[in-house]
Design a protein around this ligand. Structure first.
Ligand code: UDP
Length: 253
């Protein structure tokens, strides 16, 4: 493979320079981390599954007119994306109480919220990505009033799309996180959905059984993470085809 320039390496993905100016190649690793990287493991096949699942969601969003950084999938582990300037905020949308909100506010996990709730977290590993207020965001210039309006609008549209897509295959979208980037076109900038949208960044529960099909399987040691992600991919019809099918040897009688 030709040598490429690595632009950035995160916990689950690597970004390389893309083939044309303004593009990047996003590579999905098998690494899983949780609790600010205190818990870590390598889960065979996770990167491939997230590449395909994120492609499916980003393509759907693009088709619905919700702008994303996604251009196209290149291979099992890589996708071509537009280079954007990431806003240093994680945008979390919650439909059902779970995780940190349940803990912080003492609301039992699984309680339906009266309306979707949007929260912002400041992206800073050293600080453990703290929850921040809109006033703090404006005061510290992480985003403008207009950016905040646009971010909320994007988050609501992603929630509407993703919750519908998941419900259609018997999955409840409990909550999710997105990252948003600035895409520059001359003097103009627009905000687009960036990073990835996959079971690494969503909570997904089976409608009938409540079984968790997301990264909580890893965080809480509930079973095989790749099996859970494969089930989501299978239901959505986006199972990646193995280039070399694994065939077990058969016992001859
Ligand atoms: N989330 C994420 N990355 C983070 C923090 C949260 O993708 O760094 C996702 C998480 O998977 C869940 C949602 O955002 O779908 C809300 O997470 P929460 O605040 O409950 O935090 P957690 O309990 O995961 O620490």
């Amino acid at each position: 493979m030709a040598r490429r320039t690595k632009v950035y390496e995160g916990k689950a993905k690597i970004l390389y320079e893309g083939p044309e100016p303004g593009t990047l190649v996003q590579y999905f690793k098998d690494d899983a981390t949780a609790f600010n990287a205190e818990k870590r493991d390598v889960i065979d096949g996770k990167g491939v599954l997230n590449n395909f699942l994120s492609e499916f969601v980003m393509n759907g969003l693009n088709q619905m007119g919700v702008p994303t950084h996604f251009i196209r999938r290149l291979n099992m582990r890589e996708q071509l994306i537009r280079s954007v300037e990431i806003i240093p905020l994680e945008v979390v949308v919650r439909n059902i109480a779970a995780g940190s909100m349940s803990k912080r506010l003492g609301i039992e996990e699984g309680t339906a919220l009266p309306r979707p709730i949007i929260e912002f977290y400041y992206k800073d590993d050293a600080l453990g990505d703290p929850l921040v207020t809109e006033d703090q965001i404006l005061a510290f210039n992480w985003a403008s009033h207009q950016d905040l309006d646009d971010m909320v609008a994007l988050a609501v549209r992603v929630n509407d799309f993703l919750s519908g897509v998941m419900l259609a295959v018997g999955i409840r979208l409990i909550d999710f996180k997105i990252e948003i980037g600035r895409q520059f076109d001359g003097d103009m900038q627009r905000l687009v959905v960036a990073d990835e949208i996959s079971p690494d960044s969503c909570r997904l529960w089976d409608v009938k059984t409540g079984q968790k099909l997301d990264k909580d399987v890893f965080r809480r040691d509930l079973g095989d993470l790749a099996d859970a992600y494969s089930e989501v991919a299978r239901r959505l019809g986006v199972m990646p085809k193995s280039p070399t099918p694994i065939t077990r040897p058969k016992l001859m009688n």
